[in-house]
Ligand binder design. Structure first.
Ligand SMILES: [Zn+2]
Length: 240
């Protein structure tokens, strides 16, 4: 069991933890700020610092249970580290790019009303596939909406609902292919905008920004045809 600190605070760059288990080339700790690959968002990289050595973490993956996080080490390491104190440090620049991109994907979900059939969050660009009538997608209009939402600086709120509430509110899952993690009978919700003006509201266990203005400049790139009603909408940072 790993306490998922990134879930409460996505902005922590470093945290103290204790090593609880070693599994193959992975280190498991009692708490972590490393996001494990899921929901289309890549895992974090960074370092685990011990008093006498530093281990490079090249990726983070989910373990056997929803809240077991595997910090993947790049090389052979001492197997006797269980019980040792460690400092976890994430590659913040990379994570922050992903947080902005991930938040951009939520904005896209908020302005395109359609079921999601796929998603991938990347550093410079990301994409979401929608089951949508292509005639409903006007790139210029969508870009205008994204620009306005970023400029208006909407706040982003995290909340939790119970497993039962989650089951009774299927509209909170917008994806046909991804399901948010249910941990200790709780599911996290992410809401862009205040309750009187909600841009997007859905269940998601990923890492997000706290306000839309942080995204800077994001725009839609290509809209690709991936089947009869399947449209792949790419977003990227605008290079001014
Ligand atoms: Zn999300």
């Amino acid at each position: 069991m790993t306490e998922l600190i990134f879930s409460e605070d996505s902005y922590l760059k470093t945290i103290d933890a204790k090593i609880t288990k070693i599994e193959g080339n992975a280190i498991i700790t009692n708490r972590t700020i490393f996001y494990a690959e899921s929901g289309g968002q890549p895992g974090d990289s960074g370092e685990i610092r011990l008093h006498d050595q530093t281990l490079k973490i090249i990726d983070t993956k989910k373990g056997n249970t929803p809240n077991e996080v595997l910090h993947i080490v790049d090389s052979e390491f001492d197997r006797g580290l269980v019980g040792k104190d460690a400092e976890l440090i994430i590659d913040w620049e990379k994570r922050y790019e992903l947080m902005k991109m991930h938040t951009g994907c939520h904005i896209l979900c908020g302005i395109i009303e359609a079921e999601i059939t796929g998603a991938s969050v990347g550093f410079q660009k990301s994409r979401i596939d929608f089951d949508v009538d292509p005639n409903l997608l006007n790139k210029e209009e969508l870009n205008q909406k994204i620009e306005t939402i970023i400029k208006d600086d909407h706040q982003i709120f995290l909340n939790e609902i119970s497993g039962d509430e989650f089951k009774n509110n299927p509209q909170l899952v917008k994806s046909a292919v991804l399901s948010p993690p249910v941990i200790n009978n709780k599911v996290r919700t992410v809401q862009i905008g205040t309750s009187d003006n909600i841009i997007d509201l859905q269940c998601c266990g990923g890492t997000h920004c706290l306000s839309t203005k942080e995204l800077g400049s994001v725009e839609i790139g290509k809209i690709e045809n991936k089947g009869k009603r399947n449209r792949r909408v790419n977003i990227r940072f605008k290079n001014d």
